[in-house]
Design a protein around this ligand. Structure first.
Ligand code: BGC
Length: 448
């Protein structure tokens, strides 16, 4: 039987993505750990505890990533481990990260390393975290150390993970550990300081390693006015898209801060990214006026409810549109995160296939998509949603640490190993897609 096969470029990177606090365990020296200990902050009273035990044994999961056929992995460094007290570095922690990075290289898995993924050392929070201007020098000191000690093992860098998600959740929504003074003014100050920190880190890395690629993993969403909305909803959708999707990228491109995120020029910021990192999960719907302090709502008209009470609308075509709108930067594109919470794994195989089809479509438009990092390799600690959401290609029981491959893990493995997506995979893993994704019929052979 003929099979439709979408091949990906020969040097395509197939990876998974994680962050330190979500997988390492016992990150007792950061603001998230502290936040978890206070009642009512994490759904179902969860906390990160031993997480996926990576601090002790990441290598067992690296073996699984290797077995899966991936050739890339995105991980983050925990600032609070590397610099537990201001200016005092922990050589044992740095050595452990060297071991982990080397472990990935040994398995021919290329690391992409994030410097900041939502967590802050407690000492930094005491000083006012990103809303104090001092943070720029602190972040510089941390980056200097990481570049000096680990830079030879890091070909790709992400300075910040989802800077605007971080700022909104922390300064406006109170969903992340919140500083004492919060609100939009503080949030704006944090954005400015994160951009300054990013610029300094970019130049520090490039001075020592000119061939390293440096960027940001930016969360993008298609921002759609609510169903049956009016012109005000449509106008507001445009505003939110500018703020949420475009403002950060424009600042990194031009070196300028524009309303509503700030004003003026940031020295040495212009042209400080070598690639666009896209984190894509789902669509957002907006209404005007917004309700409470939420800029957008997740539920779309076809939204599906998966894991817990957080609805998520999956629209693979949005990924294509987001890629297209980022072509203006003229840079290579990596999908630095994409995935969904689905403990039952009923929907994940179709999610993967339909999103990868959009990626392949973009590649066939000659858009420079260089790699795809699925969130995530194993179930891990989902921030304020605790353990109520499961994103893993591999299931992980946080009580016993037992792992079990999900069907989507096996599918992803076939994709990585064959460097392709095919109708045969759809037939075996998500037959409901055949009619829509591969509607052509196999020609019937003439029989004499
Ligand atoms: C974050 C991850 C998180 C994932 C799924 C992304 O916004 O970068 O840390 O686990 O979403 O919720």
């Amino acid at each position: 039987m003929a099979d439709a096969t979408m091949f990906f470029p020969a040097d395509f990177l197939w990876g998974t993505a994680t962050s330190s606090h979500q997988v390492e365990g016992h990150n007792v020296n950061n603001d998230w750990w502290q936040w978890e200990q206070e009642e009512g902050h994490i759904l179902d009273g969860g906390d990160s505890r031993v997480a996926c035990d990576w601090w002790e044994n990441a290598e067992a999961d690296f073996d699984r990533a290797k077995e899966m056929g991936t050739n890339a992995h995105r991980m983050s460094l925990e600032w609070s481990r590397i610099e537990p007290e201001p200016g005092a570095f922990d050589s044992v922690a740095i050595e452990r990260y060297r071991e982990m990075l080397q472990g990935l290289h040994d398995r021919e898995i290329e690391p992409m390393v994030t410097l900041h993924h939502f967590t802050n050392p407690l000492w930094l929070v005491e000083k006012g975290d990103f809303s104090t201007d001092l943070v720029v020098d602190y972040f510089q000191r941390y980056t200097d150390k990481v570049v000096a000690e680990l830079g030879d093992l890091i070909p790709k860098w992400v300075t910040f993970n989802e800077p605007l998600v971080y700022v909104l959740a922390r300064y406006l929504q109170h969903a992340f550990p919140a500083p004492e003074t919060r609100g939009w003014l503080e949030g704006r100050r944090a954005i400015g300081n994160m951009l300054r920190s990013h610029a300094a880190a970019y130049h520090t890395i490039k001075e020592s390693y000119p061939n390293a690629l440096v960027g940001v993993a930016k969360h993008f969403r298609a921002i759609i006015p609510r169903k049956d909305g009016n012109w005000l909803d449509a106008w507001w959708a445009g505003r939110v898209a500018r703020l949420f999707n475009d403002s950060w990228m424009e600042s990194m491109a031009s070196g300028r801060l524009r309303w509503p995120v700030g004003r003026g020029i940031i020295k040495d910021l212009a042209h400080t990214f070598d690639f666009v990192g896209i984190n894509y999960y789902s669509r957002a719907h907006v209404r005007f006026p917004p309700r409470g302090n939420r800029l957008y709502e997740e539920q779309g008209p076809n939204g599906v409810m998966i894991d817990g009470d957080q609805p998520s609308g999956s629209y693979p075509g949005d990924l294509f549109t987001i890629i297209q709108s980022n072509m203006r930067h003229g840079k290579p594109i990596y999908i630095t995160e994409n995935g969904l919470p689905d403990a039952t794994d009923n929907l994940r195989p179709a999610y993967i296939l339909t999103h990868l089809r959009e990626l392949w479509r973009a590649i066939s438009f000659n858009y420079p998509i260089m790699g795809y990092y699925h969130w995530s390799l194993v179930d891990n600690f989902e921030w304020e949603r605790g353990w109520t959401q499961r994103f893993g290609l591999i299931e992980m029981d946080p009580q016993t640490q037992e792992r079990r491959w999900r069907s989507s893990g096996r599918l992803f493995s076939e994709i990585c190993k064959s460097n392709s997506v095919s109708s045969d995979m759809a037939r075996r893993y998500a037959p409901q897609l055949l009619e829509t994704m591969f509607p052509g019929k196999t020609p019937v052979k003439n029989v004499d």
